[in-house]
Design a protein around this ligand. Structure first.
Ligand SMILES: [Zn+2]
Length: 234
C-alpha cells in the first residue's frame, strides 16, 4: 500500500436521482474530510451501495467504480463537443445494476478548469486537437490526478475495485496509489458527428481503448473475462 494521506467519510445521505431520459434510481452521496486538494469531490453509491453504509464490510465481488471527471458543459448542459454526459448517465445505470460507486471528481477540462477548457475549444475550432490545444495554452496534455479518488476508496473501505473506464492512466495511477484494480471494464462509445474529432484524439493521443472504426456500437471487454455486462447503447 503506497502512502496516501488518510481521508474519512464526513457525511452520507440518500438522494433520489432522475435523469433527463426519465431514468430514476436512488443514490447514497458521500462527502469527505481530508482530501488532499481541498476540493469538494463526491462518491455516489449506487445499487446495493445506496443502502446502509457499513465501512469496511466487504460484500462479495469488488464493486464497480467509475472515476468521472467533472464536465459542466457535458454533464449539466448536454454539450455535444464531448461524450461526458452520455458516459456519466450510462455509468450510473450500469453501476446501479451491479452495485458500486461513481466518483465525481472536480477536475474540469482534464484538470485545467472550465474557462481554460472553453479557451481550448476555441483553439480546437482553428484545427488543433484537444491535447494540442491544452499544450498551446501552457498546460500538460492531461493534468488529472487520481489521488483523491484513491483517498475516497480508502475512506469507503474499498481496497479492491473493478474499474469502469477506457483510460489506462486511471488504472495505472490508482494501482500506484495502492488500490487493487481487479478488472478494467470498458465503457460504451458515444460517437456523434459533433464529438468524432474529440474521441479520435482521445483514442490516438490518450491511448484510450476506443474502437471508432464502425461508428456507434458496443465495446467488448478488453480482458475477455467480462464478469460485468457491457453497456447497451440506445
Ligand atoms: Zn466533457
Amino acid at each position: 500500500m503506497s502512502q496516501i494521506a488518510l481521508a474519512s467519510v464526513r457525511t452520507h445521505l440518500r438522494v433520489p436521482l432522475r435523469f433527463a431520459d426519465g431514468y430514476a434510481t436512488t443514490a447514497r452521496v458521500f462527502t469527505f474530510d481530508g482530501l488532499v486538494d481541498g476540493r469538494e469531490h463526491l462518491a455516489i453509491g449506487l445499487g446495493d451501495r445506496a443502502g446502509t453504509f457499513a465501512p469496511g464490510l466487504h460484500r462479495g465481488s469488488p464493486p464497480l467504480v467509475r472515476p468521472h471527471s467533472e464536465c459542466l458543459t457535458g454533464d449539466v448542459f448536454g454539450s455535444e463537443r464531448c461524450d461526458c454526459g452520455a458516459q456519466m448517465s450510462q455509468a450510473v445505470k450500469r453501476i446501479a445494476d451491479t452495485g458500486g460507486y461513481l466518483l465525481y471528481l472536480r477536475q474540469e477540462g482534464r484538470g485545467i478548469g472550465l474557462y481554460a477548457k472553453l479557451a481550448a475549444y476555441e483553439l480546437q475550432d482553428t484545427g488543433l486537437d484537444t491535447y494540442e490545444a491544452n499544450l498551446a495554452l501552457g498546460f500538460a496534455e492531461d493534468e488529472r490526478d487520481y489521488t483523491v479518488a484513491a483517498q475516497m476508496l480508502q475512506a469507503l473501505g474499498l481496497p479492491r475495485v473493478a474499474l469502469l473506464t477506457n483510460n489506462p492512466d486511471k488504472v495505472a495511477q490508482l494501482t500506484r496509489l495502492g488500490i487493487n484494480v481487479t478488472e478494467q471494464v470498458p465503457t460504451g462509445v458515444h460517437l456523434s458527428t459533433a464529438n468524432a474529432r474529440y474521441l479520435a484524439a482521445k483514442a490516438r493521443r490518450g491511448e484510450h481503448t476506443l474502437d471508432l472504426s464502425t461508428g456507434p456500437h458496443e465495446q467488448r471487454p478488453t480482458n475477455g473475462n467480462g464478469t460485468h455486462r457491457s453497456s447497451r447503447l440506445g
